[in-house]
Design a protein around this ligand. Structure first.
Ligand code: BJW
Length: 238
């Protein structure tokens, strides 16, 4: 595959890149909907909804504690590193916003700056009593108290089904200004992220999908490349 011409085209100034679980798969983090993925091992209603958390908080805290612990054993892969290179290279050329649905910190550890975590972060805790956020690396099953208000009400700072994803206004603003929208490693099964391609295209952006296989919304993209992100993303960036 040759370099996608548009990335060096001087008419491209503003880029929005959406990433999903597939970009972290080669680092050893399970995706959700692939064979053997998280939703085959756990019922989504039990571990990724506010109702599931209210019913059985220990089950949910154990699920996220396990994933937080696993995160400390993995490293960014070639796809994260390529996006971090593009992020650095793009300074002064226009805007580049990496919007990730992932709760891991692999983009940051690869060196990308200003990553927007629309579904929250494993390494952050949210107080259900006072809404304060704090960096968090431990185990929530031990029910630590909120540093701001003292309540033993910390929950994972992640967005469950039925909750509003973070920073939507900023995301839609960037999509409206984007000259290029690129989606990497996401199944296109979850809204509102699955609708970003149409939003960007409606405002005139070029659109590109980089995914292991055609996603649910593949037909909505102008261009596609299918294969592992660890190969496709460096080829596209470099
Ligand atoms: C590779 C690869 C490799 C593998 N290289 N690729 C009916 C219609 C429309 C919407 C709704 C509806 N009913 C309900 C809704 C709304 C609901 C929703 O979308 N439901 C769907 C099931 C239909 N959405 C919500 O509730 C959201 N909130 C909301 O809508 O608020 C209202 C609102 C209104 C208006 C504007 C804005 C908001 C909240 C959604 C929260 C999702 N939360 C989770 C959990 C986060 C915490 C955690 O990590 O535990 O987010 S669910 C899970 O899915 C997680 C992910 O971020 C998200 C997306 O998954 P992703 O990343 O796409 O992973 P996979 O596994 O699905 O796909 C991986 C892809 O990678 C595959 O395609 C592979 O092929 C590929 N791949 N290896 C490249 N090496």
């Amino acid at each position: 595959m040759t370099r996608m011409p548009e990335i060096r085209n001087t008419t491209i100034r503003n880029i929005v890149i959406l990433t999903g679980a597939g970009i972290s798969a080669e680092s050893g983090i399970d995706t959700f909907r692939d064979a053997g993925g998280l939703w085959e091992q756990h019922r989504v209603e039990d571990v990724a909804t506010p109702e599931g958390f209210a019913r059985d908080p220990e089950l949910v805290l154990r699920f996220y504690d396990m994933r937080r612990a696993a995160l400390s054993r993995v490293e960014p892969n070639a796809a994260h590193r390529a996006l971090a290179r593009l992020d650095r290279e793009w300074e002064g050329r226009g805007s580049l916003l990496i919007v990730t649905q992932n709760v891991d910190d692999l983009h940051e550890r690869a060196g990308a700056t200003g990553v927007l975590h629309m579904h929250g972060e494993l390494l952050s805790a949210l107080c259900a009593a006072c809404d304060a956020r704090e960096p968090f690396t431990g185990a929530m099953l031990e029910r630590p108290a909120c540093k701001a208000c003292g309540a033993p009400a910390l929950r994972p700072d992640v967005v469950w089904f039925g909750e509003m994803p973070y920073q939507m206004e900023r995301i839609y603003g960037a999509l409206a200004r984007a000259d290029l929208f690129v989606s990497i490693g996401t199944s296109g099964a979850v809204y509102p992220a699955a609708g970003f391609v149409q939003e960007a295209a409606a405002h005139g952006a070029r659109t590109l999908e980089l995914n292991l296989e055609p996603s649910e919304g593949s037909h909505l993209f102008e261009e596609h490349r299918h294969g592992p992100a660890g190969e496709l993303v460096p080829r596209w960036v470099d």
